[in-house]
Design a protein around this ligand. Structure first.
Ligand code: ACM
Ligand code: ZN
Length: 535
């Protein structure tokens, strides 16, 4: 295995030095003749009309590494980044001539994505080396003369991360965002609360993190083994840290969607404030995975106010318009025997507990809409009637997404197949334990988020898709990396490039180089796709 990995690595380095591979592939590349040879100092001009000049300049330094950069008011040589209103949002043209690197875009994000492409055009593999020490000063190296025209097909190119089941911390989240940016992904869905841990400081309710962020044990091995250790486990982000992540993301043109789960998956909160359940508790933060019957009580006005107060504290931390309230897998047994819930149903003329859930989601939606936010929920929010302005995230297959689009609601696709990156990526018996399923890289690469059965108008409601990373079986960040890469690369190409006639063999060929880059960046990337190639 080691020898095989070494061979992959060396072949990848040789390939990197030969011709750089781009991931995700641009819409079109026209190769030219010759090379651009950089000067000692890179002169940079950024058209102020693009906006976000500081962020674009920061991205220039990602590309140039430690090479000195001089920003100029005007430049004909070096790197010239121009505003061109005729280019589609987030798209760009990049032309490298013998004299100049020229980028045109209609917005700063487009320029940012051009710079990500430019990074990948660098042939020196050492560019990607990150060993925890400061980068050494290196020459830019030559760039091939070419013209690239590029644009994103989908506007929601997302990655999710569950930090309730396991908690990874600030540095890893930043790395996760860096890797998303490298692959031109632009929405980070941050799953911050669940039964197994509450991970965001709420100043009005300190018990949420004092109690709710910690559990007195975690599952060991597979769920069916029914073994739990007794190690205290947990952690959370302060609001200052949350702001730091959101700002870090903003500088990478990534929007962050917080997910505060309700009415189910709420045991960590109820362990902290049991009075907002139907029974009054007591509860403890869950040590095992899976669903739990104790959930928030929508019959209790105080519980609704508690949730609204939390939402009001979370909203100012996340400038993106979308706010995820979960809504999935809410067990309704307690509601059936809860006098307050039953009274609420009577008062509101609701016939089923599904309708009670729908009433609850609509109540939260009104609150969010009043604050200028759009509610996002998992596809269970369709049950009992969809809230008027909600965005549906389709995870139990695509039926929920199709239904929502037919009801003229926006949809983000993340069906278990192939968007759940907690599923196995290989059938090899030596794979580390995962939750189940089978989503090989090839299936992710082939994914087309827009269902064929929708008509042209309905299809417009599919904003894009995202990879979901539930971390029951990912105890540390290295395991997250192993499950996410290279599947993220495949999804990025399915969302950015989205060529109908995509060529998996070509993708694998490019990944031979790209995996080396990821390894140089200290990403624990799975290599199954290369092993089947070399066998
Ligand atoms: C989910 O996977 N429960 C959304
Ligand atoms: Zn109740």
């Amino acid at each position: 295995m080691r020898v095989l990995l070494f061979v992959i690595f060396m072949t990848g380095i040789a390939a990197l030095q030969a011709q750089p591979a781009l991931v995700p592939a641009p819409q079109s590349v026209a190769p030219g003749k010759g090379e651009y040879h950089p000067q000692e100092v890179l002169i940079v001009f950024i058209d102020p009309a693009l906006g976000h000049g500081e962020e674009v300049l920061a991205a220039v330094s990602w590309f140039t590494d430690m090479m000195p950069v001089k920003a100029r008011k005007k430049a004909r040589r070096g790197l010239v980044i121009l505003h061109n209103k005729n280019i589609k949002m987030d798209g760009y043209t990049l032309s490298v001539t013998k004299k100049q690197i020229r980028i045109e875009a209609s917005n700063a994000a487009g320029a940012f994505y051009a710079l990500q492409t430019l990074r990948q055009l660098r042939t020196d593999p050492l560019v990607w080396q990150h060993d925890g020490k400061p980068f050494q000063r290196r020459q830019l190296g030559t760039l091939p003369v070419l013209t690239i025209q590029d644009t994103a097909v989908f506007r929601w190119r997302g990655m999710h991360l569950d930090e309730s089941r396991h908690f990874f911390g600030l540095e890893f989240v930043k790395k996760y965002l860096d890797l998303m940016a490298l692959h031109k992904m632009n929405v980070f869905h941050w799953h911050l609360t669940d039964d197994q841990g509450w991970r965001i400081e709420i100043k009005q309710y300190p018990e949420l993190t004092r109690t709710g962020a910690w559990r007195n044990g975690s599952m060991v091995g597979r769920y069916k083994d029914n073994r739990v250790d007794s190690i205290r486990y947990g952690g959370y982000y302060t609001q200052d840290e949350i702001k730091e992540v959101v700002e870090y993301a903003r500088r990478r043109f990534i929007n962050v969607v917080p997910e505060i789960e309700m009415p189910g998956h709420s045991l960590a909160a109820l362990a902290s404030y049991p009075e907002y359940s139907c029974t009054g508790g007591t509860f403890e933060v869950a040590k095992t995975w899976g669903g739990f019957p104790d959930v928030y009580c929508p019959g209790n006005d105080a519980a609704l106010q508690f949730l609204k107060n939390i939402v009001d504290e979370v909203i100012p931390l996340f400038p993106f318009a979308y706010f995820h309230i979960g809504g999935d897998e809410c067990e309704k047994t307690r509601w059936k025997s809860c006098p307050k819930c039953q009274q609420r149903m009577k008062d509101k003329g609701l016939n089923t507990e599904e309708e009670l859930q729908s009433w609850f989601v609509q109540t939260m939606e009104t609150h969010l809409n009043d604050k200028g936010k759009i509610l996002v929920g998992w596809d269970e929010i369709l049950e009992g009637g969809l809230a008027p302005n909600a965005v549906v995230m389709s995870w139990r297959g695509t039926a929920g997404g199709i239904e929502a689009a037919r009801q003229k609601h926006d949809v983000v696709m993340s069906p278990g197949k192939p968007c759940y990156f907690d599923h196995y990526q290989s059938k090899d018996s030596t794979e580390p334990v995962a939750i189940g399923g089978y989503n090989p890289v090839e299936a992710v690469y082939a994914y087309k988020p827009v269902p064929e059965d929708l008509n042209a108008e309905e299809k417009k409601h599919i904003l894009g898709a995202q990879g979901n990373v539930w971390t029951e079986y990912m105890p540390n960040s290295k395991q997250v990396e192993y499950m996410v890469f290279p599947r993220q690369c495949a999804l990025a190409e399915a969302l950015w490039t989205a060529k109908p006639d995509r060529d998996y063999t070509d993708f694998v060929k490019r990944m031979q180089q790209h995996i080396v880059r990821l390894q140089m960046m200290d990403v624990r990337c799975a290599t199954h796709i290369l092993q089947t190639q070399t066998r």
